[in-house]
Design a protein around this ligand. Structure first.
Ligand SMILES: NC(=O)c1ccc[n+]([C@@H]2O[C@H](COP(=O)([O-])OP(=O)(O)OC[C@H]3O[C@@H](n4cnc5c(N)ncnc54)[C@H](O)[C@@H]3O)[C@@H](O)[C@H]2O)c1
Ligand SMILES: [Zn+2]
Ligand SMILES: [Zn+2]
Length: 395
């Protein structure tokens, strides 16, 4: 089959690799029809390369049709249309019973000390072949799938794999009070969708911050108050306070993560680890940290006293200084983590109806054939041609 493979820093290629087959009786094989590229894939493309091996198949946002199931799979059958969550979870362990699916104890990657295994997400998360491919092997398939009806285009459901539950969790964790205010840092797919969900769930004021014109415009067109960081890098806190009763918003979502613009110290560390051989870079990255923390620091600065910061952007590293005094003194509540995908699906599915309140049908700005994945990655990283979200088509 054809698959998008990681080959090196900023080097992905579509190659012919062996078709996946049933290995364990709990597996299913899915024929992928569409697959998203995520902001998280950009971390692998650039700063997390030390955790990848050339040839690793990327991707964790697939939708498709079940082709084959193992002998122990009874919840899903060949011919079913399914979205595959980005994480692999068993559905029945201690963590899954608490619906903390991204912490599944059956698939936790213990040798790396990380949570549930993820599709296409490096040795940190189990080195499981990903879904930017014609076929995907799905372990623990009885639980690791979301069945969706045939009919509507893939766009309607594909974001159940990641964007929708991730943004839903970001908003849920932000805990915006009724008629409250929310600032969303970063208007990529996750931040944009977080704004839409917060509006839908009744936040009175949603303010979005980014540096990319098309992304700001797109959020503004849906009623988000936008702030261009290029113009307000120095006085962002003042501008936000001016919009929030002089106090700051009730909650801030950090939908940026570890590649935020504007933190030169961490950029140095990222570049330094980028030049080391992988075996040296890996422990250094885990220890010394590779974050550019500016978005997270901004979140702490902006949020009102006693407010909540919801971190949905991906961070790594352990040694970056956090503004503990501010966090303590302002009595900030912080919640974060990998989205527990299936936890939120029952809340989201009723919104994926004809009225399309969240605007999923035209959420993707680009659709490209799988064969053009190298161009798609480059465009998405550079935010070229107004690209906010791209789906790769495999059929
Ligand atoms: N927690 C999860 O389960 C989960 C799931 C999916 C994605 N993510 C993470 O969410 C983050 C966003 O993903 P995405 O797909 O939207 O990616 P993206 O890279 O397209 O979006 C990031 C946006 O942040 C903007 N930005 C950069 N620096 C900024 C700053 N200092 N202030 C404000 N905006 C800034 C960029 O211009 C960009 O538009 C990534 O870190 C990704 O890894 C987490
Ligand atoms: Zn993702
Ligand atoms: Zn589990």
């Amino acid at each position: 089959m054809r698959a998008v493979t990681w080959q090196g820093k900023r080097d992905v290629r579509v190659e012919t690799v062996p078709d996946p087959g049933i290995v364990d009786p709990t597996d299913a094989i899915v024929r992928v029809t569409s697959s998203g590229i995520c902001g998280s894939d950009l971390h692998l493309y650039e700063v997390l390369g030390a955790f990848m091996r050339p040839g690793d198949v990327l991707g964790h946002e697939p939708i498709g049709v079940v082709e084959e199931v193992g002998s122990d799979v009874s919840n899903v059958s060949p011919g079913d249309r399914v979205v595959v969550p980005f994480q692999i979870s068993c559905g029945s362990c201690f963590m899954c019973e608490q619906r903390l699916y991204s912490q599944c104890e059956t698939t936790q990657v213990r040798d790396q000390g990380t949570g549930a295994a993820l599709f296409g997400y490096s040795m940190l998360y189990g080195e499981v072949p990903g879904g930017q491919a014609e076929y995907l092997r799905v372990p623990h398939a009885d639980f690791t799938h979301i069945r969706v009806p045939p009919g509507p285009a893939d766009d309607r459901f594909v974001y159940l794999s990641d964007v929708l539950p991730t943004a839903w969790q970001a908003v849920e964790y932000a805990d915006v009070p009724k008629d409250g205010s929310l600032v969303v840092l970063g208007l990529g797919p996750i931040g944009d969708m977080s704004c839409r969900i917060a509006q839908h769930r009744g936040a009175a004021s949603v303010i979005g911050v980014d540096l990319v014109r098309e992304r700001l415009d797109r959020a503004a067109a849906r009623g988000v108050t936008t702030i261009d960081l290029n113009e307000h890098a120095r006085d962002l806190a003042d501008v936000v306070r001016g919009l929030t009763h002089g106090r700051g918003p009730d909650a801030v979502i950090d939908a940026v993560g570890l590649e935020a613009h504007g933190a030169p110290m961490a950029r140095g560390a990222q570049q330094m680890t980028g030049m080391l051989p992988d075996a040296l870079a890996r422990p250094l990255m885990k220890k010394a940290g590779i974050d550019r923390l500016s978005a997270l620091h901004t979140a702490m600065e902006l949020v009102r006293r006693g407010g909540t910061v919801s971190v949905i952007g991906v961070y790594g590293g352990a040694a970056d200084p956090m503004p503990l005094m501010t966090m303590f003194d302002k009595q900030i509540q912080i919640r974060m983590g990998q989205a527990n995908v299936k936890r939120w699906v029952p809340d989201i599915l009723p919104l994926l109806v004809d009225e399309d309140p969240l605007g999923v049908d035209d959420f993707a700005t680009h659709r490209m054939p799988l064969e053009q994945a190298p161009e798609a990655y480059a465009m998405f990283q550079q935010k070229a041609d107004g690209m906010v979200k791209v789906l790769l088509s495999t059929s």
